[in-house]
Design a protein around this ligand. Structure first.
Ligand code: PRT
Ligand code: ZN
Length: 283
């Protein structure tokens, strides 16, 4: 049985549980417990604070875990990076009060910088030969400059709204992060096989994100032109219709460009266009 560490509550909890559910590791958050047995897959989910996940996996109290890369980088423990998971995207940046003039990294020499990520910052400053004072605080780092506790901050940014509402401006993006799957470096063959099975299921789930299944009828005379418009995984499926002047086309398309594509297809005579949502693409 594979033990999987997941954030108990917070920004990554919901999407981690959803990804696991989509991958067939079903757990219910309705009667959440610290340790939950998954149905239909030999796994149990252990719910933890995100800060504790790298260590739990490093010592083998959990076999694999889903956590922000920022936590893995900060803890610097020995875990295997198994897979990027494509959600929880953010960066850790240096930000200063917007009343200050930014002069480049030299700005930070001798300054007090508040952060919850002292190790990542220590390394960044050391690599850049900056001698600054690092103040480790947990929670509400963004108020440190206003409170007079620091001259600058080093904190997680996603939309940037929090910085703006605290009168701060982002000046250096130091580390990009997203949720990642980590594994204990000494997993048994059996557990590694289960982890690999999960990784391939996660990939199938991710492949389906942002994709739609498109079905349409097209006059046979316009078929070649329609096929050119449709980037399919191999090539679109073409099915003849009872009326030989028409055929049906089926393919997977990106949601991004969907409306332009539909309009181009209509312009060459496509009819009966159906756009269906798509769950998973298993390669
Ligand atoms: O209780 P626990 O310790 O488990 O949770 P936590 O409070 O330490 O972490 P949590 O749930 O806030 O975040 C978990 C993980 O989500 C982080 O480690 C990151 O990997 C990731 N993540 C993604 C973020 C954000 N985006 C994010 N925006 N973590 C925090 N934030 C903060 C940011 O610092 C800012 O204060 O959210 C605020 C809003 O950000 P803006 O830029 O959109 O305004
Ligand atoms: Zn935390």
């Amino acid at each position: 049985m594979l033990r999987i560490a997941v954030q108990a509550k917070g920004r990554l909890n919901e999407q981690s549980i959803e990804l696991l559910n989509e991958a067939g590791v079903a757990v219910s958050m309705e009667n959440r417990k610290f340790l939950m047995r998954a149905s239909d897959f030999p796994a149990e989910i252990i719910l933890l604070r995100d800060d504790d996940i790298p260590q739990t996996v490093a010592i083998g109290a959990a076999d694999i875990g889903i956590v922000g890369y920022n936590e893995v980088a900060e803890k610097g423990l020995e875990v295997n990076m198994l897979q990027k998971l494509g959600f929880g995207g953010c960066r850790i940046s240096l930000a200063i009060p917007k009343s200050q003039t930014y002069t480049g990294l030299e700005f930070f020499k001798g300054k007090r910088v508040a952060t919850s990520y002292p190790e990542i910052l220590r390394k960044f400053f050391a690599d850049n030969d900056i001698d600054a004072e690092i103040h480790t605080i947990t929670g509400s780092v963004e108020i440190a400059p206003t409170a007079g506790l620091a001259d600058a901050i080093f904190d997680i940014v996603s939309s940037g709204g929090t910085l703006v509402s605290n009168g701060l401006i982002e000046v250096e993006k130091v580390l990009f992060s997203e949720a990642v799957l980590i594994g204990n470096p000494a997993l048994s063959e059996e557990k590694m096989a289960l982890a690999r099975q999960l990784m391939s299921r996660f990939e199938s789930v991710r492949n389906g994100i942002g994709k739609k299944y498109l079905l349409l009828n097209i006059p046979a005379s316009a078929l070649d032109e329609a096929v050119k418009l449709l980037p399919a995984m191999r090539s679109p499926t073409v099915i003849p219709l009872a009326n030989s002047e028409w055929c049906s086309l089926q393919t997977v398309v990106d949601e991004k460009n969907l409306w332009n594509l539909i309009e181009s297809l209509k312009a060459i005579g496509a009819e009966g266009i159906l756009v269906l949502s798509l769950d998973k693409i298993v390669m």
